[in-house]
Ligand binder design. Sequence first.
Ligand code: NDP
Length: 386
Amino acid sequence: MATVLCVLFPDPASGYPPEYARNDMPVITGYPNGQTLPSPRGPLGFRPGDLVGSVSGELGLRPYLEANGHKLIVVSDKDGDSSEFERRLPEADVVISQPFWPAYLTAERIAKAPNLKLALTAGIGSDHVDLSAAAHRGVTVAEVTFSNCISVAEHVVMTVLSLVRNYLPAHEIADSGGWNIADCVSRSYDLEGMHFGIIGAGRIGLAVLRRLKPFDVHLHYHQRHRLPTDVETELNLTFHPTPQSLVQVCDVVSVQTPLYASTENMFDDRMFSLMKRGAYLINTARGKLCDRDAVLRAIQSGKLAGYGGDVWFPQPAPADHPWRSMPHQGMTPHISGASLSGQARYAAGTLEILQDFFEGKPIRPEYLIVDGGNLAGVGAASYRLT
Ligand code: NDP
């Protein structure tokens, strides 16, 4: 029998289950790169469209785990030495958390979990786990690759349009009974004709580029390996050998790389100094890719016309985090990958990974980040051990 410690975000303030807005979900048959959807064996412990990421949703894991004699502990209190998560950690064989409400698995915490064998990210991005410490201890780290990439790409497109068109302030004016057109439009532009650049044209970045193509923008990208020529041709992409080269010519920039030591603070004062005055920056990858106070300075100086996204550090962000209250921002809590559509896929993928793990079957390489004491599978391409 194994103990699975699952750290989930709190239920809705109005109670669980919420009143759902729709009766069904669109059916998708695969991912754009040909990767197959999560394929757990047997029934799902939830109905696709259910809120499974919060405490009462339990990622739908309880039926499977209890039928197989395992113990499921679900907690939400996750930060600090006296948190419920820390108290239950010593008994955990498996820890599951979502990047939206990350259970930070530091080296100290891994040392407090002698039974830990699997750290599973229900979603994408395992930077909340100290990957070197996990590798050193022989802990496997896995995540549900591709599960919510399109969810994030849609959020990026929404944020690009919201910032460039000045949608959020205009909505607030309508909401509060106002009608001052000049106040609504004095920071509003068309996206058409602008130069849009992605740093990290991977699963999410490429999906954003494809979605923005019909807006008649000039598309740019930077990453370490060039995309295939047919993709560059199809999207009429301009490749930049450095991020600095890209930011100098783009009106809107979005960063979509994983977070590891050498990508941390990629956007600092120096990078902002290279950008066009009035550029927009959208970050849905990880908060620490951008220097918190440099973003604030760039907004205050007018270097950035807008900053948006959904990722912060730490999470949840403190109430006085400057990105909450700075002007011209389109920030949300970390939600872009947590749509009910995304949740259905990453919960199914979590079940698939658990089934393989408990049945001694290999976990799909596209889900593996660390295994056998080193980076493995997709993790070997995405991360660096420090
Ligand atoms: P991918 O691995 O598919 O894409 C990442 C891209 O970044 C790759 O194409 C890679 O290309 C590039 N890259 C990596 N390191 C660098 C570097 N140092 N400089 C420039 N480019 C780099 O990942 P995904 O698109 O699936 O996800 C990206 C990130 O988005 C995740 O790591 C996660 O942190 C975040 N995410 C956020 C979510 C949310 O809800 N907000 C949900 C899902 C993911 P190359 O190797 O050629 O450089």
